[in-house]
Write a protein that binds this ligand. Structure first.
Ligand SMILES: [Zn+2]
Length: 417
């Protein structure tokens, strides 16, 4: 058995009852963050040093704001602050150091983490009891009793941490559970590469030369539809009930799509005897004509990044249970390199999703080309197929069927390369 953790996102079903309490905790976490941030500034200005996590905890544990939250929750806020500074210090991208959490005179709702001493879990009734700090107990009750709901196939047990996260509309709970999963031997020794590619396509390339494409446009269409729906129903007092329902429905559909896709791909990898799946880590996102583009901190990276990152996490979980390792690899040059002859150039043409090599003349699906190159980051095998006709084998295309909620192969005939 392999001991691991899983994080389940849960909806709070008695939200109106616990909202004010969670708000208080979220504001308190921001205030404590600011206290710590101020302390760091002071030490920096005076001694030119950035205090570490241990110093922050010991120096601030008697501060009034420390007693707003359960002691373990307060510790976690200071740990996060120290981690943010370490991350900033170790990167040399010229960014500003972590800032204060303030919006004018207000505080944002920070994420609040409870560790084991602050949690009582009643799994029969789907409730968690979350402790408050001394200062906040006085005003209401000693604890917050939140009722939660997760995906039906999730078993919540051995909770290690509960995080209350404000998503802009409401609070949700992230339940971090310890889980023992049976470890299977890997189904084989082969490798596969995944490119989360251009215009929302996912391409996978197997070592035996087969490749498959999965259009993610179901997600895109959904998003477009729901965004319009939200816009049309947005009232003066914020989102209408209909808009909130639409948003929830979108997030459920997205969730279902990503779960189904990752499960399907792991199943295909089991059948193909795969031991390791290489996935590009998306430091480099391409636009629709296949050129490399650095989106920086903003832009589409966030829109796509979230889904891809979530997808990769889901893939990792599901692959792990079959003894398959998911390896995140650097995507550099994988879109610019010809997987047939190895030429790297900026000017390889990509037209309508096709990669055309100006050196060897090969034409192939651009996402599949990327997936082959990503796979090669972990296997050194060179292409052995006959490329003399200038065409690579066409990838199989799988479409998401909403009726059945499954991926089914698209019939040949209507398949454009
Ligand atoms: Zn070439």
């Amino acid at each position: 058995m392999l001991e691991t953790t899983r994080t389940y996102v849960a909806r709070i079903t008695n939200h109106s009852q616990v909202r004010d309490d969670l708000d208080q905790c979220g504001f308190a976490a921001s205030k404590l963050w600011n206290v710590g941030r101020y302390y760091i500034q002071d030490r920096w200005d005076e001694d030119g040093e950035i205090p570490d996590e241990a110093e922050l905890k010991s120096e601030l544990k008697d501060h009034e704001r420390y007693s707003d939250l359960h002691s373990q929750s307060s510790q976690r806020v200071l740990e996060e602050l120290a981690e943010a500074f370490t991350g900033w210090y170790n990167s040399d991208d010229g960014n500003n150091p972590p800032g204060y959490r303030k919006r004018g005179d207000d505080h944002p709702r920070s994420t609040v983490t409870w560790k084991q001493k602050g949690i009582k879990h009643d799994d029969k009734h789907g409730q968690v009891r979350l402790s408050k700090g001394f200062n906040l107990k006085a005003s209401r009750s000693d604890f917050i009793l939140a009722e939660y709901e997760t995906r039906p196939d999730v078993v919540v047990e051995n909770i290690q941490q509960v995080r209350a996260v404000y998503n802009g509309d409401c609070w949700e709970l992230h339940l971090v559970c310890k889980k023992a999963i049976p470890v299977e031997d890997a189904p084989g020794e082969k490798t596969a590469g995944i490119d989360l590619g251009i215009s929302n396509y996912l391409a996978i390339d197997y070592e035996d030369g087969r490749s498959e494409l999965y259009p993610g446009n179901t997600l895109k269409e959904d998003k477009h539809y729901f965004t319009r729906e939200q816009y049309q129903t947005e009232g003066q007092n914020g989102p209408s009930k209909r808009a909130v329902r639409a948003r929830r429905s979108l997030s459920r559909r997205k969730d279902h799509f990503l779960h189904t896709l990752s499960k399907h791909i792991v199943q295909r990898c089991v059948e193909a005897g795969v031991e390791t799946i290489a996935v590009g880590d998306l430091s480099d996102i391409r636009d629709d004509d296949g050129e490399s583009r650095n989106w920086g901190a903003s832009g589409n990276k966030k829109l796509h990044g979230w889904e891809f990152n979530r997808f990769t996490n889901l893939l990792e979980y599901k692959a792990e249970e079959h003894g398959i390792l998911v390896d995140r690899v650097d995507e550099e040059n994988t879109s610019k390199t010809c997987s047939c002859c190895g030429q790297i150039r900026n000017s390889n043409r990509v037209e309508r999703g096709l990669y055309v090599c100006s050196s060897c003349g090969t034409t192939m699906n651009a996402d599949v080309n990327g997936a082959v190159n990503i796979r090669r980051k972990i296997t050194q095998s060179l292409p052995t197929g006959d490329m003399s006709n200038g065409w690579l084998a066409q990838p199989g295309v799988f479409l998401f069927d909403r009726e059945s909620g499954r991926f089914t192969p698209r019939e040949h005939g209507d398949c454009k390369p």
